[in-house]
Design a protein around this ligand. Structure first.
Ligand SMILES: NC(=O)c1ccc[n+]([C@@H]2O[C@H](COP(=O)([O-])OP(=O)(O)OC[C@H]3O[C@@H](n4cnc5c(N)ncnc54)[C@H](O)[C@@H]3O)[C@@H](O)[C@H]2O)c1
Length: 263
């Protein structure tokens, strides 16, 4: 039986790698992107296993038409399309704010809601929403992006709660410092790259493959009892907030209890 996977924002970066991994995992992939020529090139590369469509995830009627055009209910939907709009909140334009929220949050809502209706009729499926570690921890100049991605995490939890009883699992992947797609220009500077890498407990930048492997796991039956969860694919960045916290000199050797007794 053909299992369909929808991947949004599949024309470039992480989305294209997720689509390639989905084909390897045996899915028939519907690759959607506002950049129609980018997904057309991906479909040329992947052959019959991939059908490309120019779909803007913020356009409700386009999303409804694209879901209706699928020959079967999707087994997997990956809401990966995303944009960044950087800038300090004091000077961030309303247009940039709206773009980040429209694509990252509203686009995820529209695609998931429309696809979930078909999944529920077909007996279930899995949805994986791509957030970011920015949705977990604040970072300078990323207010709009951070707010939109934090909202994706909470929206996923609501979807999981509402659709779980109908057999639809919904989980979130929060990528960290991934040397692909929108972040590639940042890591092109060797100095920034080195200093960023030094902040990662696992000692390296992430790859689009790291993200894709987790997405495919969450979509598979191996994750059959997982829903409403967020997995940070980040080499440990989000659990390292206290790593460089200054401590009294002796705490490392005697422990906090000892330090208190000596104080
Ligand atoms: N690269 C990273 O370091 C990183 C880190 C954390 C999270 N992410 C998230 O991963 C996802 C993929 O990012 P990427 O790095 O591959 O970026 P990218 O810019 O290379 O790819 C994003 C894709 O989304 C498409 N897109 C944008 N607006 C769209 C719309 N309205 N409708 C349909 N498609 C649209 C773009 O055309 C593009 O192909 C995004 O959600 C991003 O926020 C990336």
């Amino acid at each position: 039986m053909t299992r369909w996977a929808v991947v949004t924002g599949a024309g470039n970066g992480i989305g294209a790698v997720i689509a390639r991994h989905a084909v390897k995992a045996g899915y028939q992939v519907a690759a959607w992107d506002v950049d129609g020529s980018a997904v057309a090139a991906l479909a040329d590369e992947l052959g019959d296993a991939c059908v490309a469509s120019a779909v803007d995830v913020t356009d409700e009627s386009a999303v409804v038409a694209a879901v209706a055009a699928l020959p079967a209910a999707p087994a997997l939907v990956v809401n990966n399309a995303g944009v960044v709009r950087f800038g300090p909140l004091l000077t961030l334009s309303a247009a940039d704010w709206r773009t980040a929220v429209d694509v990252n949050l509203t686009g995820t809502f529209l695609v998931a809601r429309t696809a979930a209706a078909r999944m529920i009729s077909a007996g279930g499926g899995a949805i994986v929403n791509i957030a970011s570690i920015n949705g977990i921890a604040a970072a300078p100049n990323a207010g709009a992006y951070t707010a939109s991605k934090a909202a994706v995490i909470k929206l996923s939890e609501h979807m999981a709660l509402e659709w779980g009883p109908s057999g639809v699992r919904v989980n979130t992947v929060a990528p960290g410092l991934i040397n692909a797609g929108m972040s590639e220009p940042i890591f092109a500077d060797p100095d920034v790259r080195g200093r960023r890498q030094a902040r990662v407990p696992l000692g390296r930048l992430g790859t689009a493959e790291d993200v894709a492997e987790t997405v495919l796991f969450l979509g598979s039956d191996k994750a059959a009892y997982l829903t409403g969860q967020t997995i940070a694919v980040d080499g440990g960045i989000t659990i390292s907030a206290l790593d460089k916290m200054p401590r009294p000199a002796r705490v490392d050797s005697v422990g906090l209890e000892g330090a208190r007794e000596e104080a």
